[in-house]
Design a protein around this ligand. Structure first.
Ligand code: ZN
Length: 304
């Protein structure tokens, strides 16, 4: 049984199951092809059972979390392609659970493609920006828009869900399972990779570290990132400090009158963590360029 502690706003009104993937193939997540990772490996799903009620499904696109209460289940992110298919089969056919609620951390294909596969799919929790982006791709669902915090109860489990601010996109949602001190971050955090700022989807390099900083205020021990293995608080600290370091060095280079290319050459980040690039998505140079442009725009009073 699910209980909601917030005023919920359903959009669309279509019955569950009427979602469609349609043009989602054009929205392949920029984090979809991890550095040095063969496609086969990227599609591989590793299931980790935490206890009788909580499982992680790592890989196969974005990481997923399944929390159950009796036969009902709450699922965070639905993966993509064959991995989405195998996740649905595992949850519905083998574990014999009905997915009554889904939360999408954001709109990227590798996290959201499998949405229409579930037979008993109920409301889908998304940020308004994610809902609009998915609808523009032809996806339909019984949307529940989430901005400020709402709480979802499954028996004695309480899941707090909210939009912590811009970062990876402008529609990221996170979830916090207080009893377990567990945070689910979507692509605001990855285990090993350069932070991905999807500017076309509203990502914001300047806001990113403040959004991550707000998550560090929570009393969590473990975070399930968007990609990679579960991490501790130090990974969020690393992300925050890395972006702060880039911002500082870019500001210093700009103060010397450097052009963007000169800023890129000047920002050395000596001693900064070595993060894996994301092909077609993110690398250190791209982050520096995004920071340079964002700071120049801010200096000129351009707001987004
Ligand atoms: Zn993403």
């Amino acid at each position: 049984m699910f209980l909601w502690r917030a005023r919920l706003r359903n959009r669309d009104g279509r019955a569950p199951g009427q979602t469609r993937r349609a043009a989602l193939s054009t929205v392949v997540c920029v984090t979809a092809l991890l550095a040095g990772c063969a496609t086969q490996q990227f599609l591989r799903v590793e299931e980790r059972t935490l206890d009788a009620r909580l499982r992680f499904f790592l890989g196969g696109g974005g990481n997923s979390l399944l929390l159950t209460h009796g036969r009902d289940a709450f699922l965070i992110d639905t993966k993509f392609m064959g991995a989405a298919k195998s996740l649905r089969h595992r949850v519905e056919e083998e574990l014999v659970r009905d997915v009554r609620r889904v939360m999408l951390t954001h709109s990227h294909f590798d996290h959201a493609d499998g949405l229409d596969r579930y037979r008993a799919l109920g409301p889908v929790l998304v940020h308004e920006a994610t809902r609009k982006r998915l609808e523009a791709q032809g996806v339909r669902a019984d949307w529940v828009e989430v901005g400020g915090p709402i709480e979802l109860r499954l028996g004695d489990e309480v899941v707090r869900i909210w939009h912590p601010g811009r970062g990876h996109t402008d529609g990221d949602l996170v979830a916090y399972l207080s009893r377990r001190k567990l945070l689910v971050t979507g692509d605001l955090v990855t285990e090993l990779n350069e932070p991905v700022i999807d500017v076309k989807a509203g990502g914001d390099v300047l806001a990113f570290r403040h959004t991550v900083e707000s998550l560090l205020a929570l009393d969590f021990v473990t975070a399930l990132p968007g990609h990679g293995a579960p991490v501790g608080r130090e990974t969020l600290v690393r992300t925050r400090d890395y972006l702060a370091r880039i911002e500082l060095e870019v500001i210093a280079a700009q103060a010397r009158g450097f052009s963007e290319d000169e800023v890129v050459a000047e920002v050395r980040l000596v001693g900064a963590p070595s993060l894996e690039p994301v092909p077609f998505g993110a690398n250190r140079e791209k982050t520096v360029r995004l920071m340079d442009r964002a700071l120049r725009a801010r200096a000129q009073g351009v707001t987004r």
